[in-house]
Write a protein that binds this ligand. Structure first.
Ligand code: PAF
Length: 281
């Protein structure tokens, strides 16, 4: 495994490997089992696996959140090596955003402006779209791997990849969960034992919605009430429990096709998100 810090070094490392496929796993480091799942999917499908590590300042709406974001490069490199990564691209901020940088990739409409876009601010998905565009252009991979937990991020990435005609296949891997159902996240390390057990109400709320929908309840108002009841019973007051079209993020009133159920909630001071799709194709 080699570690490169500049786009020029990355391109030089990938140039002799372009006769086979290249898979990119973009990360912000602080790797956990969820990232390992993405790396394994890339390793199984691609001849060369590239992983980026870059804590992207432009997608953080709170400076405190950016400052508190765990930076664990040595451990991340160990995990990458163990998962068979070929090239790690770990640039600094000046490499990604050089002096006079003035370009932003913006996806418009509910897909980027509602839910996480509304809660975290307009700049969040601009930051994600801009940095992912730069990572894709720097590595020109055949496949780029993302986790389904960040469903809105995936929808935003799919949108600008299609709109800009970027020649990459976006591969979405299922949410990686602990044995008790909690979606894996770098933020979970911030939960106290009590908060962690409270947080289990989030996957329980998604299960309750899935069960109710499977039992024939189709109105999203009634389904939302089930989820909120489950969360409130655990002392969690959600920021949102939303029922939206998985591609456009337009709200839906009844389950008549695939519907993304997305939850965001603070548990203590830690903000968690999770989702599921109901009403399958
Ligand atoms: O999901 C993440 O870790 C980040 O949003 C990403 C895709 C690496 C862009 O900074």
């Amino acid at each position: 495994m080699i570690v490169v810090r500049t786009v020029a070094e990355l391109r030089a490392a990938l140039s002799p490997r372009r006769d086979g496929t290249i898979g990119l796993v973009p990360t912000m480091g602080a790797l956990h089992e969820g990232h390992a799942t993405l790396l394994r999917a890339a390793r199984a499908a691609d001849d060369t696996v590239v992983m980026s590590i870059f804590v992207n300042p432009t997608q953080f709406n709170e400076q405190a959140d950016l400052a508190a974001y765990p930076r664990t490069e040595a451990a991340d490199l160990d995990l990458a090596e163990a998962e068979g990564v070929d090239v790690v691209f770990a640039p600094d901020a000046a490499e990604v955003y050089p002096r006079a940088f003035a370009t932003t990739v913006t996806v418009s409409g509910p897909i980027a402006e509602t839910l996480e876009g509304a809660e975290r601010g307009r700049g969040h998905f601009d930051g994600v779209a801009t940095v992912v565009t730069k990572l894709l252009l720097a590595s020109l991979p055949d496949h780029a791997y993302f986790g389904a937990k960040d469903a809105q991020q995936v929808a935003v990435i799919r949108r600008f990849v299609a709109d800009l005609g970027i020649p990459v296949k976006v591969v979405v891997c299922p949410t990686s969960r602990d044995a008790d159902g909690l979606a894996r996240s770098s933020r979970n390390t911030r939960l106290s034992p009590h908060e962690r057990s409270q947080a289990l109400a989030i996957p329980r709320a998604l299960d309750a919605v899935r069960d109710a929908a499977a039992g024939g309840l189709s109105g999203t108002g009634a389904l939302q009430a089930r989820a909120v009841a489950e969360l409130e019973a655990a002392g969690i007051h959600p920021e949102y429990v939303a029922f939206v079209d998985p591609e456009t993020f337009a709200p839906v009133a009844a389950v008549e096709g695939p519907v993304l159920v997305a939850i965001a909630a603070r548990v203590g001071t830690t903000r968690l998100i999770d989702n599921t799709v109901i009403g399958g194709a």
